[in-house]
Design a protein around this ligand. Structure first.
Ligand code: SF4
Length: 119
């Protein structure tokens, strides 16, 4: 990756759903941190869902995601993450995901909504 810049502008836009990208995938370590922080079992904030394909993985795939992300993440409050200290890896690594770049540049068809891109 060359010269890929991003500085969060606190718009909250990356926490709002956009069609098939409208979910937050959870790693086991994310779920563990969230269970402790929220004091709830995973079934109360997450669901196990099957996908016919998952991002750049083409075969059928099942995994835990945050429940209720159809419009926006339920943990988004006043454009801020209400679980910032334990937020999932998917969120803390945004937008530095391999499938969001093309030829070493941001793929603006996927990240153009983010006001922090290029800053
Ligand atoms: S967990 Fe936090 S950072 Fe991740 S999508 Fe939800 S509100 Fe945004």
């Amino acid at each position: 990756m060359k010269n890929l810049k991003h500085s969060c502008q606190m718009s909250g836009e990356c926490c709002k759903s956009r069609g098939e990208q409208g979910f937050v995938a959870l790693e086991e370590s994310d779920i563990h941190r969230m269970e402790i922080h929220l004091g709830k079992p995973r079934e109360e904030f997450a669901e196990f869902r099957s996908f016919s394909s998952f991002r750049n993985i083409t075969e059928p795939h099942s995994r835990w995601i945050i429940k209720g992300t159809e419009k926006q993440c339920p943990f988004l409050a006043n454009n801020k993450c209400s679980i910032h200290s334990v937020k999932p890896i998917q969120c803390s690594t945004w937008p530095f995901w391999p499938d969001l770049t093309k030829d070493g540049e941001w793929d603006m068809s996927k990240v153009g909504f983010c006001k922090g891109i290029g800053k």
